[in-house]
Design a protein around this ligand. Structure first.
Ligand SMILES: [Zn+2]
Length: 464
């Protein structure tokens, strides 16, 4: 086969294609190619040629999107939390219309939906690509002035509007792989908004590619852009029926080649303490201060392990996030996190034990506990859907990357979508140092993410 197609020199991806085609047969569980493998070869060479002839538009789109302030607001009772997110939604709809997707629209909650019809005859499962439009409330996004640092050579990137903000190679390990690339940063006073406007631009660029290259085959594709992801409300009003897809992919990850298929499982935990109040002048032997009980509980939490500041990788934690009260009543709110959902029960029990132990010294006080589910590790569902993971991994290989599955010490819109019936791992978008003034993304990583989307959509058309 290698000899038959002696085009290795012409098509840069061809060698990868050869190594790709054999392992895919093994790696795709229960999957058989419906088409003759030599036809697939020819077609993939053609697609790779179309991609190399394409002028990517993601960087230009990105520069427009980041200039729009779309910060979400956790205190708002409105949906979307901030009206300004709708401005970006309207722009995205307009751009989708210009690309010929006439069904693109936004709804009252500020979501953008669009659907691309399949351009192949056979039946292909519909897939969805998803990104969020809002930026983090942790850092201003008002008046973002993006700067392109062309042909980065490892120098300090000093941001002009606040020269104390310096992006240094030794503090951003992933910059090592960006030598020669074009890095986009903000100007020093705001975040950049690569999280997640890089994802928006990459998906929009894939749509632009498909419109320009009707020979690039794909099945039905749903696009959804969500508001309020950063405040944990990105899927509250999502219309999963309208998305109508078998698998989804968020483009909201960090390093190129990474596919996140695991998130934390998360519970909230509240301890409500009832103490005994007395006039402080006459309290001897009677007062039991709920405030002091609460303080003792917090100071008795595990310190060497099970706390955010002493854990990493796959380790979970118990984290007090709020404490308030007075003598008679106090309340402590915690978040519990672990990749193993069962551990959350253990963490809740540990908090009960610590509390009961302290209450031994306060015989007339008592405590109530409330444990509430927040979100679950998406891998609990994704492990039963190996196809959507392996195809994404193969698509990244076709884009010339070395794919790797990783886990997120947090949650994504995808974790909720997965549990709503749309298995939804997270593909890299190239965004780095999120929620900070040092945020950056490279033009070349954005192009690789778009390539991954194009190959991925195509791979769904060649499986049975
Ligand atoms: Zn994000």
């Amino acid at each position: 086969m290698v000899n038959k197609f002696s085009t290795t020199k012409i098509i840069p991806n061809f060698e990868r294609l050869i190594t790709f085609m054999n392992p895919i047969k093994i790696s795709l569980i229960n999957t058989i190619f419906s088409t003759d493998i030599s036809k697939i070869f020819h077609y993939m060479m053609h697609l790779s040629q179309l991609i190399s002839n394409y002028t990517f538009s993601s960087a230009n789109r990105f520069l427009t999107y980041v200039k729009m302030d779309t910060q979400s607001d956790p205190k708002s009772i409105h949906n979307p939390s901030t009206e300004k997110q709708k401005d970006l939604a309207l722009l995205l709809v307009k751009e989708l219309h210009e690309l010929g997707i006439s069904n693109a629209h936004t709804d009252a909650f500020g979501f953008v939906y669009a659907r691309l019809e399949s351009n192949v005859k056979k039946e292909v499962p519909a897939i969805c690509f998803c990104a969020h439009m809002d930026t983090s409330p942790d850092c201003s996004s008002l008046g973002v002035k993006p700067i392109i640092h062309k042909n980065y050579q490892g120098e300090d990137l000093i941001l002009p509007d606040d020269p104390t903000v310096i992006i240094r190679l030794n503090e951003h390990a992933d910059l090592q792989e960006q030598l020669g690339n074009d890095i986009i940063t903000a100007s020093g006073t705001t975040l950049l908004g690569a999280d997640n406007k890089a994802g928006l631009a990459e998906i929009m660029d894939a749509v632009a590619f498909w419109q320009k290259n009707p020979e690039a085959l794909h099945g039905p594709i749903s696009i959804v852009f969500t508001p309020d992801e950063e405040i944990g409300r990105g899927t509250d009003h999502i219309d999963i029926q309208k998305i109508n897809a078998v698998y989804g992919y968020t483009l909201d990850g960090e390093k190129r080649g990474h596919l996140e298929n695991e998130t934390f499982s998360a519970d909230g935990f509240t301890i409500k303490i009832k103490g005994i109040s007395q006039h402080p002048g006459f309290a001897k032997g009677k007062m039991e201060s709920a405030l002091k009980i609460a303080a003792e509980i917090v100071s008795n939490l595990p310190k060497q392990n099970l706390s955010p500041e002493t854990t990493e990788k796959m380790e979970g934690f118990i984290h007090p996030v709020d404490i308030q009260g007075h003598v008679e009543e106090a309340q402590i709110d915690f978040i519990l996190r672990d990749f193993d959902t069962l551990k959350l029960i253990e963490y809740g029990n540990l908090l009960r034990e610590i509390t009961f132990d302290i209450l031994k010294k306060y015989p007339n006080s008592h405590a109530d506990f409330i444990q509430t589910e927040q979100y679950r590790n998406m891998n609990e569902i994704l492990k039963d859907h190996p196809l959507c993971i392996s195809l994404a991994m193969e698509a990244m290989k076709l884009a010339g990357l070395t794919p790797e599955t990783t886990s997120i010490r947090g949650g994504t819109d995808g974790s909720r979508l997965t549990f709503m019936g749309l298995p939804c791992p997270n593909i890299f978008a190239g965004e780095h140092a999120f929620h900070s003034k040092e945020e950056w993304v490279s033009v070349q990583d954005m192009q690789k993410a778009t390539e991954t989307v194009i190959y991925l959509a195509n791979l769904y058309t060649i499986i049975d």
